[in-house]
Design a binder for this molecule. Structure first.
Ligand code: FAD
Length: 355
């Protein structure tokens, strides 16, 4: 165990943990009855305070082992691997499927927690099994895909807690890829790319051409956290009843061209970034915390923002969108205080009560 470690995070916030544990090497020093947080690369967390009074757990498993059946590849991945490098390595070995998820920051261990997704693909489609340390039972447990209860930016790993802390520490993820799987190009900009590719080459795009295109699109539209600190999409896209969405489209002038995506049964998914943009919030700032000028879904730290500034900005964005469109936005980013993780929605509501 080492003392006083800076918690990695792409918001570039300074927050020091009392102690840190490299998992599983230093597992015997872990005290489950004291506060702890599990952090990968910190690309989906907001650190609210300048210190965390507890143990910072970082998973270090980094194995990459491929086995195959006549129809599939099964790849065993250590939870500490970098996700994007893993996608690159998969493609280099001729294993296709994850190319749409290129350039998503973070670790393999964190990827199933919020079921990372982009450009029409989610990691849930490939998860074969997950092995995690169960803090409650003090042993390694194995999950199959159904056990993980994957949904949009959601899984069982977000909900099962031990004394209010994450119950599971993901050590190993097995992904399963079909040999000869088709590339996924239904998502808007990729569709255009696939049509152009087909015209030029007389065939479907290859997985590596999709990888290149996804990287190109992401680099052109998303701020690079190394240059402008951010945690990607700050809010989830809201899931609402279809009638609510249609009413907005019909009754609110600026929502006439609002995108609506089918979700399930009578439910649809709206684009949170569209609503934030139409609410006139691009560029809106609280001190150095600012809604990105081009990508309304991204909150940024221009330099000296504190976690509290970013949280206050998030609250103001939620309030304004709710006031104008009666749609409740919920943070996708996880909130961590000096005592441990706090529920982001409740935290923002507390700010509301105080204002
Ligand atoms: C520029 C940018 C773009 C992004 N684009 C996307 C995108 O397109 N799609 C998308 O889905 N996400 C996106 N994200 C969000 C983020 O990349 C993902 O959520 C990623 O999986 C987080 O990985 P991490 O290692 O940084 O996790 P962290 O931020 O460190 O942790 C996130 C959560 O996972 C938990 N966790 C981490 N590791 C483990 C583990 N081993 N076991 C158990 N729990 C763990 C943490 O406790 C925390 O609650 C983006 C972020 C940025 C900064």
């Amino acid at each position: 165990m080492s003392k006083h470690k800076l918690i990695p995070n792409t918001f570039a916030l300074k927050c020091i943990a009392d102690s840190s544990i490299t998992w599983p090497q230093q597992q015997n020093e872990f005290d489950k009855n004291q506060p702890y947080i599990v952090v990968g690369e910190g690309s989906n967390i907001l650190l609210l305070d300048e210190s965390f009074h507890g143990q910072l757990i970082q998973v270090s498993n980094n194995q990459f082992v491929v086995s195959e059946t006549p129809d599939t590849y099964i790849v065993e991945l250590g939870g500490g691997l970098n996700w994007h490098k893993t996608v690159v390595q998969l493609l280099e070995q001729g294993i296709n499927g994850a190319e749409n998820l290129a350039l998503i920051p973070g670790t393999v261990g964190a990827a199933p927690v919020q079921n990372i997704g982009a450009y029409g693909v989610e990691i849930a489609q490939f998860v074969h099994a997950i092995e995690a340390y169960d803090v409650q039972l003090n042993k390694i447990v194995k999950f199959n895909n159904d056990d993980c209860q994957f949904a949009y930016r959601d899984s069982i790993f977000k909900h099962q807690t031990y004394q209010g802390k994450s119950r599971f520490i993901i050590e190993t993820v097995w992904l399963k890829f079909s040999k000869g799987a088709q590339v996924v190009t239904e998502y808007g900009p990729l569709k255009q790319f696939a049509d152009d590719y087909q015209r030029q080459h007389n065939c479907c795009p290859t997985a590596s051409s999709i990888f290149d295109e996804v990287c190109r699109i992401r680099q052109s539209k998303l701020p690079n956290p190394h240059k402008l600190a951010n945690a990607g999409s700050f809010f989830k896209n809201p899931i609402v009843e279809q009638n609510t969405a249609l009413q907005l489209q019909q009754q609110v002038e600026e929502c006439l061209d609002m995108p609506i995506y089918p979700y399930a049964d009578n439910l649809v998914k709206l684009a949170a970034g569209f609503l934030i943009d139409k609410a006139g919030l691009k560029g809106y700032a609280v001190n150095d915390a600012q809604v990105h000028q081009l990508q309304a879904l991204v909150l940024t730290n221009k330099g000296s923002a504190r976690g509290a500034d970013i949280a206050l900005l998030a609250k103001k964005v939620c309030d304004k969108v709710n006031h104008i469109y009666a749609i409740e936005l919920q943070p996708e980013v996880r909130f961590i205080s000096s005592a441990g993780e706090v529920d982001a929605v409740s935290y923002l509501n507390t700010l509301l009560d105080k204002s």
